[in-house]
Design a protein around this ligand. Structure first.
Ligand code: SAM
Length: 693
C-alpha cells in the first residue's frame, strides 16, 4: 500500500511516491515496461542501436580529446543502464588512447573526468538490473561493477564513484521535470531517452527543452531516438540545431544536433542559480586544507582522487580532536518532518557506506554490524512509528524492530524495540583518515595554522590573482577550512555560527568486568551509544555539555555516561549496578569537542565576502525572492567544511565530494537545493532576512 508522506519536499518525488519499474520479461528474457507498454531495448540489436542513436552522433572520443576538465553527460531515463555501460566502454577506450599517445600531447587540455548523470522515475532494483544485463554478456565486466554499487531505491541523488576510471555516475531517482532544474550544469551532452513521446507525453514538455537550454553551453550535443515533430520544434525553439537521419536498418528516423547559444533563449543564470551559490571559476595552483579530522581527510581524498595535490595542515596530526574517538556510531539520524535534513543525511549515509566498503576491510577499523536506535521512551516510540508511517524507505535502509527482534539482533535482553539500520555500524575515524591520506598526492604538514591572510600577485599574463598565506606558507590558490571549532579563530568576525559541545567517552574494559562477557553484537543508540567490544573494551558515550571547554575528564560525566547503560538491556543494567557499587572508580576515556550549527546541518561550500554582500544584496532583507541578479563577491578560492557535529562519519564523504565538485567545476553530487542548504552563506542570508544584522 502506498503511504502519503507528511514530509514536505520542496521539489521532487517523495519516497512514498517512488515506484519501482514494473517489468514483464518475455520468453527471450527481454524486459517490457508495464508502466509505458514499451520495450527497454531490442535484444538482438540493443547495443548497436544504442551506439548508433546516442554514442556515435555525440562524437564523444573526439570531444574528450579537446574538452578540458570534467565532461558532463545527462541522460533522461536510466532504465537498464545500457547507454551508461556503453559510454563507460567508450571512456575506457579514450583513457587507453591517452596513455599511449606521445608525450607531446597536452593531456591537461583533455577531459580528465566523466560525469554521467542519469535521471530515472521508475528505477529497476538491483535484481531486475542484474537480470536485464544478463542479456549482454559482452558488458559483463562493467555491468558487474555497476551492479555492485547500484543503490537502494531511494529518491534523490546517488553519486557513485568508479575510482579507477575517473568516472562518476550520478543516478537521480526522480521525475525529469523535478530533477533537471536541480542540476547545476553546465551539461556537455544530452542523451534524450525515456520512451516514445506518444507513450510518455508527460516527460517531453516545453519545460524540458527550456531547462536543457539553460543548462547547455555552446556546442553541447543532443542525441535522441525520436524525430517526433513536437520534440524537434521544442528543441529547435530553444537553440538546438538538429539533423534528422534514418534510424538503424529499417527503423524510424532519429535526431541529433548541437546547442547554439545565440539561437537559444537568453541565459537567465541567476534565475536558476542563486548568486551566492556558485563562485567564479579559479585555476587550481596549490591547495591547502586546514584540519586533519574526518572533514579534512575526506576532502583531501576527494581532491587527490581527481589528480589534485593537497597539503593538510594540522598541529596534532591525523584525527586527534572529535574525530579521535575509537568507535563512532555511523548511521542516519533522521528528523521526521524535515525533508531536506533527512534527504541530506540519507544520501550522506549511503555515500559514507560506499566509501567505507571501498577503503576499509570489515574488522579493521569498522564493522557493519547494524545499529539499533532504541525506542527507550514513549515519546521516542511514537516518533519512530510516525516516522515509519510517513516515509516508505526500503527495509534494507531501516525498519522497526520489536523488543524480541531487538534482543535477537543485539544478542542482549532488551527492554524495548527500536529502529534498525542493518547496514550501519561503528567506525574508527582514525583508521579511515589513515587510509584516506595514504594517497600519494596528499601531504600532511604537522603545524597549527594560526594566521590566514589573503594577498594579490600577478600570474604569467600579468593578471592579478588572489592567493592565501597560511602562517609562513605562501602561494595557495585554494584553502579549505576544515578545523571545526578552531575555524572561528581563522575567520574572525565571520558569520559562521558554530557552537562547541563537549563530549566525554567512557571505555569499559572487559578485563575489569566481574561478570560474564556481554555479547553485544550491534551498536545501540539511546540517549547515548555503545558499540560492540573492540580491542577488549566497550566504547560508551557521549556526554553533552554546552559552553564547557574543560579538556580533562570528569567522574561526573563518566557517571552520566553510565546512566545511559540503562537503555541498553538487562546485561548492561546489571553492569551499571555493579559499577555503582565500586568505591572511587576510575575509567579510561577521552574528551572531544563537537562543532555544531544551529540547524544541525554541516557547512560545506564557498564563502561570500560578508561586507560587500551586506551592501550589494541588501534587497534580500525585504524579499528574498527579489535578490539582485548579479554575481556575488566571494572570498577567492576559500571554502569551509565544518559543523558536522557528532555525525561527521555520515556527512563528511558527501560534503567532501561537494567541495571537490566546486573546486573542479563539476556538477554537484547532490541536488542544487541541498547544496544551498549546506552553504555556509545561509546563515548570513537568514540573518539579513530576519533583519538581525
Ligand atoms: N537509457 C536506458 C538504457 O540505456 O537502458 C533505456 C531507457 S528506457 C527506454 C526509458 C526510461 O525512461 C525508463 O526507464 C523510464 O522509467 C524512464 N522515464 C520515463 N519517463 C520519465 C520521467 N518523466 N522521468 C524520469 N525517467 C523517466
Amino acid at each position: 500500500m502506498k503511504k502519503t508522506s507528511s514530509i514536505k519536499h520542496s521539489n521532487g518525488l517523495t519516497q512514498a511516491d517512488l515506484c519501482k519499474a514494473k517489468i514483464d520479461w518475455d520468453e527471450q528474457g527481454q524486459p517490457f515496461s508495464e508502466q509505458f507498454e514499451d520495450v527497454y531495448f531490442n535484444t538482438d540489436s540493443g547495443i548497436d542501436e544504442s551506439r548508433f542513436v546516442f554514442i556515435e552522433p555525440s562524437h564523444l572520443q573526439e570531444r574528450w580529446q579537446k574538452h578540458k576538465g570534467s565532461f558532463t553527460l545527462v541522460e533522461t531515463g536510466f532504465g537498464t543502464g545500457l547507454n551508461f555501460l556503453l559510454t563507460w566502454l567508450e571512456w575506457i577506450t579514450f583513457q587507453r588512447s591517452r596513455q599511449t599517445v606521445d608525450s607531446s600531447t597536452n593531456k591537461s587540455q583533455q577531459s580528465n573526468h566523466l560525469h554521467f548523470i542519469s535521471i530515472e522515475k521508475y528505477p529497476l532494483d538491483k535484481e531486475q538490473l542484474a537480470q536485464a544485463l544478463k542479456l549482454f554478456p559482452q558488458l559483463k565486466d562493467v555491468g558487474e561493477q555497476l551492479i555492485a554499487l547500484y543503490p537502494l531505491l531511494i529518491t534523490g541523488f546517488h553519486s557513485l564513484q568508479f575510482e579507477h576510471y575517473n568516472l562518476t555516475l550520478t543516478l537521480v531517482f526522480d521525475d525529469v521535470r523535478h530533477a533537471l532544474p536541480q542540476l547545476k550544469g553546465p551539461v556537455d551532452a544530452w542523451f534524450l531517452d525515456g520512451f516514445a513521446p506518444s507513450k510518455n507525453p508527460e516527460m517531453w514538455t516545453s519545460e524540458l527543452y527550456s531547462t536543457m537550454a539553460q543548462l547547455s553551453r555552446e556546442d553541447t550535443s543532443v542525441a535522441t531516438f525520436t524525430a517526433a515533430g513536437d520534440v524537434r520544434r521544442g528543441l529547435q525553439g530553444n537553440g538546438f540545431k538538429l539533423n534528422k537521419v534514418p534510424g538503424l536498418g529499417m527503423k524510424r528516423e532519429i535526431m541529433h544536433g548541437t546547442f547554439i547559444q545565440s539561437q537559444g533563449p537568453l541565459p537567465n543564470k541567476f534565475e536558476n542559480m542563486k548568486p551566492w551559490l556558485n563562485p567564479p571559476s579559479k585555476a587550481i595552483k596549490k591547495v591547502a586544507i586546514i584540519g586533519a579530522g574526518i572533514a579534512g581527510c575526506t576532502t583531501a581524498h576527494a581532491l587527490a582522487r581527481r589528480g589534485i595535490a593537497v597539503t593538510i595542515f594540522d598541529g596534532n596530526g591525523i584525527a586527534t580532536e572529535a574525530s579521535g574517538n575509537p568507535q563512532g556510531a555511523m548511521y542516519a539520524k533522521l528528523a521526521a518532518g524535515d525533508a531536506t535534513h533527512s534527504d541530506i543525511y540519507v544520501q550522506g549515509y549511503l555515500q559514507a557506506l560506499r566509501w567505507l566498503h571501498h577503503h576499509l576491510e570489515i574488522g579493521d577499523g569498522w564493522d557493519n554490524c547494524g545499529l539499533i536506535q532504541l525506542a527507550s521512551t514513549e515519546k521516542e516510540t511514537l516518533r519512530q512509528q510516525k516516522f515509519i508511517e510517513n516515509t516508505d524507505y526500503p527495509e534494507q535502509l531501516l525498519h522497526l524492530l520489536t523488543k524480541e527482534e531487538a534482543s535477537a539482533i543485539s544478542g542482549l535482553n532488551m527492554d524495548n524495540g527500536g529502529l534498525f539500520f542493518p547496514q550501519a555500524g561503528w567506525v574508527s575515524p582514525l583508521r579511515l583518515c589513515q587510509e584516506l591520506t595514504k594517497h600519494p598526492l596528499i601531504t600532511l604538514q604537522q603545524e597549527r595554522i594560526t594566521e590566514l591572510t589573503e594577498s594579490e600577485s600577478e600570474n604569467e599574463d600579468q593578471a592579478e590573482i588572489k592567493q592565501w598565506q597560511l602562517n609562513q606558507y605562501t602561494g595557495y590558490s585554494h584553502v579549505i577550512i576544515a578545523c571545526a571549532n578552531q575555524s572561528q579563530q581563522l575567520l574572525p568576525n565571520s558569520y559562521l555560527p558554530t557552537k562547541s559541545i563537549r563530549g566525554q567517552l567512557t571505555y569499559l574494559e572487559q578485563s575489569a568486568m566481574k561478570g560474564a562477557e556481554i555479547p553485544l553484537k550491534t551498536v545501540l543508540c539511546g540517549k547515548g551509544y555503545i558499540a560492540p567490544a573492540n580491542n577488549g573494551s566497550y566504547c560508551l558515550g557521549a556526554s553533552y555539555n554546552i559552553r564547557d571547554d574543560e579538556t580533562e575528564m570528569r567522574l561526573t560525566d563518566h557517571q552520566k555516561n553510565l546512566n545511559y547503560l540503562d537503555d541498553f538491556g538487562q546485561e548492561f543494567q546489571q553492569l551499571h549496578q555493579e559499577l555503582n557499587n565500586q568505591n572511587a572508580p576510575e575509567f579510561p576515556g577521552r574528551t572531544g569537542f563537537r562543532c555544531t550549527t544551529p540547524d544541525y546541518l554541516p557547512m560545506a561550500g564557498p564563502l561570500v565576502d560578508e561586507g560587500t554582500f551586506d551592501e550589494e544584496f541588501t534587497a534580500v532583507r525585504k524579499n528574498l525572492a527579489r535578490y539582485p541578479r548579479h554575481e556575488a563577491k566571494f572570498h577567492s578560492g576559500l571554502y569551509v567544511n565544518i559543523g558536522h557535529g557528532s555525525r561527521g562519519l555520515t556527512s563528511a564523504p558527501l560534503c567532501a565530494e561537494l567541495i571537490a565538485a566546486y573546486l573542479c567545476e563539476e556538477n554537484f553530487p547532490l541536488a542544487k537545493e541541498h547544496a544551498e542548504a549546506l552553504l555556509p552563506n545561509r546563515f548570513l542570508i537568514r540573518e539579513m532576512v530576519r533583519n538581525k544584522r
